[in-house]
Design a binder for this molecule. Structure first.
Ligand SMILES: Nc1nc(=O)c2c([nH]1)NC[C@@H]1CN(c3ccc(C(=O)N[C@@H](CCC(=O)O)C(=O)O)cc3)CN21
Ligand SMILES: CC(C)C(=O)C(=O)O
Ligand SMILES: [Mg+2]
Length: 277
């Protein structure tokens, strides 16, 4: 279990929803990264990332908003389409943005149907527990796999009182477990746990048969997810729980500086990069 084999050795040619609980059963960690376009999704798919999340974090990471709250369904569909086109193996999950599912099962179903019909998403994700269980049930019954999202739910930052760890204290931990069980009962195929104390996430992971996917939720979750720009060193700001695995932003800046220097110095384009006749 510690020396995790390459995903291709243990998981299928194409990741399907039934593989998620099977991976948990076998003790194989699930890997998830956000992706918002074809170029990056292709790289992650080839790297063997199991799930690609078209997150509403596109709002702050790619569109320059302060949070995901302003993101619309119409803004989510083109990136979702692009990621789906890139994914040969990964399961593509796309976030339903703030305001597109809370009103009830009918609204959630109408939104999710667009994601499947117009963008080819394989599954959708939205935030909340007991309060959205009816939505999870309606989509599941309609044949749309749902991933839940509990703990710190960024779309509710205004009621949660900022970016704070959730599930601290016995009562809050108990409520989190109840929310997770409600999602599982309603048919969710996995649950993201964001900014939850590691022992609380471990307990939720233990009581569920569907996998938990943690972000700032400790090592005992069945899988992990990170925002790709944080993981790769491309973000203008990253949360503390996000480890930086490369300095892609610095590398890209270096490439741009070299390009500009060669253009200004007359070294680019040279004969190799010109049509001489
Ligand atoms: N780039 C990026 N990374 C993310 O992980 C992410 C997004 N964007 N956008 C959507 C949500 C919002 N998330 C957030 C946003 C802010 C904090 C934050 O301010 N954290 C502080 C305080 C943590 C604490 O209270 O202990 C930190 O310093 O990490 C954390 C997660 C996670 N998601
Ligand atoms: C942080 C992850 C789980 C997310 O919901 C997003 O990227 O929008
Ligand atoms: Mg999100």
């Amino acid at each position: 279990m510690t020396d995790q084999p390459t995903p291709a050795a243990t998981t299928p040619r194409r990741v399907r929803v039934h593989h998620l609980a099977e991976a948990k059963e076998r003790g194989e960690k699930l890997t998830m990264l956000t992706a918002y376009d074809y170029a990056v999704a292709r790289i992650f798919d080839e790297a063997g990332i199991d799930l690609l999340l078209v997150g509403d974090s596109i709002g702050n990471t790619m569109l320059g908003h302060a949070s995901p709250i302003p993101v619309t369904v119409d803004e989510m569909l083109p990136p979702t389409r692009a990621v789906v086109r890139a994914a040969k193996r990964a399961l593509v999950v796309a976030d339903l943005p703030f305001g597109s599912y809370e009103a009830g099962p009918e609204q959630a179903l109408a939104t999710a149907v667009r994601y499947l019909k117009e963008a080819g998403a394989h599954a959708v994700k939205f935030e909340g527990g007991v309060r959205v269980a009816a939505q999870v049930r309606a989509l599941t019954d309609a044949g749309i796999p749902v991933v839940g999202h509990l703990g710190f739910t960024p779309q509710s930052e205004n009621t949660l009182g900022g970016h704070r760890v959730q599930g601290r204290g016995d009562e809050a931990a108990e409520r989190l477990a109840e929310d997770a069980l409600a999602l599982q009962e309603a048919g969710a195929v996995a649950v993201v746990l964001e900014m939850v104390p590691a022992p609380v996430a471990a307990r939720v992971t233990e009581i569920l048969h569907i996998p938990t996917i943690g972000i700032g939720a400790g090592a005992e979750c069945d899988g992990q997810v990170l925002v790709w720009t944080d993981m790769a060193g491309m973000s203008d700001w990253s949360p503390r729980f996000a480890k930086q695995f490369a300095a892609v932003g610095a590398l890209l800046g270096e490439a741009a500086r070299s390009y500009a220097a060669e253009v200004r110095g007359g070294q680019f384009p040279d004969a190799d990069h010109s049509f001489l006749s």
